[in-house]
Design a binder for this molecule. Structure first.
Ligand code: GLY
Length: 353
């Protein structure tokens, strides 16, 4: 089993990565939690596939278990669903000393984590991410949130899990579109911090076995992310480089109602668009955008939208959390492996679309 510790003053937590880990979740959880009640928040798809097994496993480890099942998809990160989940947990008689398990992809992790951070002013929780995107990004670092009709993740907090359990084996059952969705975040890590990972991804033979080498790749991404989070837990500086491609990406997701483009697809378009422009401006090494485009194409990810509605996207960017008064922090590359923050005036973003 690979293990990493996210070191934060007074709230260190481990990330465990191993194929087959979900099969003994109860045993692993009982090592870190001595209470009785465990509430598992999950979505309908994950519940249909794994709900019974996980419940049985937790029961056999002596826990009192409640499954709270939400609808899959970004629409569940709403105030209404947040209230429904809180309601079900209170009905279960959850107390501050009990445990919430966020078992699912990014939506489940963000929502269940936000419930954990606010219900009874904070209940301990663990992240058990089931999508590649959640395994390499959203389950690590304590960002938890729900959406507001005006924008994504506008209501949230920083609340770290007690542990993160990652089982790459679960990705086997994932539709290739969702695997590639996570690959966009993997490519992001390579772009901002690791030319070695970029090269590895470029050389990997994914056609035969898309899961080949994923355990190491997940470990590398979690290591890059935990290092950044350790240096800038509250997103005041370096952590913002994790938003490479996300300014435009979030706007695309929102503009298309979170339906046409997945998060990873939107981020892929954002990474290429901005790099194309910064290369033109001479602040990014020539050829970088073409390398990104090649890698995105290899993982069947889009890199541009024909006939982009720039004013519409600009409106979507206006309420982005990355805004800072009249300024916007965008992430640019000097070359592959070196992402940094650039402050621009909000209206300048049009140049980068
Ligand atoms: N997903 C970006 C961050 O955790 O900061």
């Amino acid at each position: 089993m690979k293990e990493l510790i996210v070191e934060l003053p007074g709230k260190d937590y481990p990330i465990y990565i191993e194929k087959g880990l979900f099969g003994r979740l109860g045993k692993e959880i009982s090592k870190i939690y001595k209470g009785k009640k465990v509430a598992v928040v999950t979505d309908e798809n994950i519940a249909a596939e794994y709900g019974r097994d996980v419940e049985a496993d937790l029961l056999s480890s002596g826990f009192l278990v409640k499954l709270v099942i939400i609808k899959p998809g970004e629409k569940s990160k709403s105030l209404e669903v947040y209230a429904e989940v809180c309601d079900k947990l209170l009905e279960f008689g959850i107390t501050k000393g009990d445990l919430i398990v966020a078992f699912g992809g990014g939506v489940t992790g963000d929502l269940a984590g936000f419930v954990a951070s606010t219900l009874l002013r904070g209940i301990t929780y663990v992240q058990v991410p089931t999508s590649l995107l959640a395994q390499v990004d959203s389950s690590v670092g304590g960002k938890v949130a729900i959406d507001h009709p005006r924008g994504k993740n506008l209501i949230g907090s920083f609340y770290h899990p007690r542990a993160v359990f990652i089982d790459p084996e679960i990705l086997k059952t994932l539709d290739s579109r969702f695997l590639n969705d996570g690959m966009a975040e993997v490519i992001k890590y390579a772009c901002i911090r690791s030319p070695e990972l970029f090269e590895k991804l470029s050389e990997m033979e994914v056609e035969k076995d898309p899961l080949n080498g994923l355990e190491d790749i997940i470990y590398t991404c979690c290591k890059i992310k935990s290092g950044i989070v350790q240096r800038d837990e509250k997103d005041a500086g370096e952590r913002m480089v994790l938003n490479f491609g996300h300014t435009l990406g979030h706007a695309i997701e929102k503009y298309y109602g979170f339906e046409k483009y997945s998060h990873g697809e939107a981020v892929a378009i954002g990474m290429y668009a901005i790099t194309l422009k910064t290369e033109e401006e001479g602040i990014t090494k020539a050829g970088t955008a073409a390398s990104i485009k090649r890698l995105l194409t290899k993982y069947s990810l889009p890199f541009k939208i024909e006939g982009m509605d720039k004013p519409g996207l600009l409106e979507a960017i206006a309420l982005d959390k990355k805004s800072d008064g009249d300024d916007l922090n965008i992430v640019v590359l000097s070359e592959i492996g070196d992402g940094y923050l650039k402050k621009i005036k909000k209206e300048e973003i049009l140049r980068y679309l």
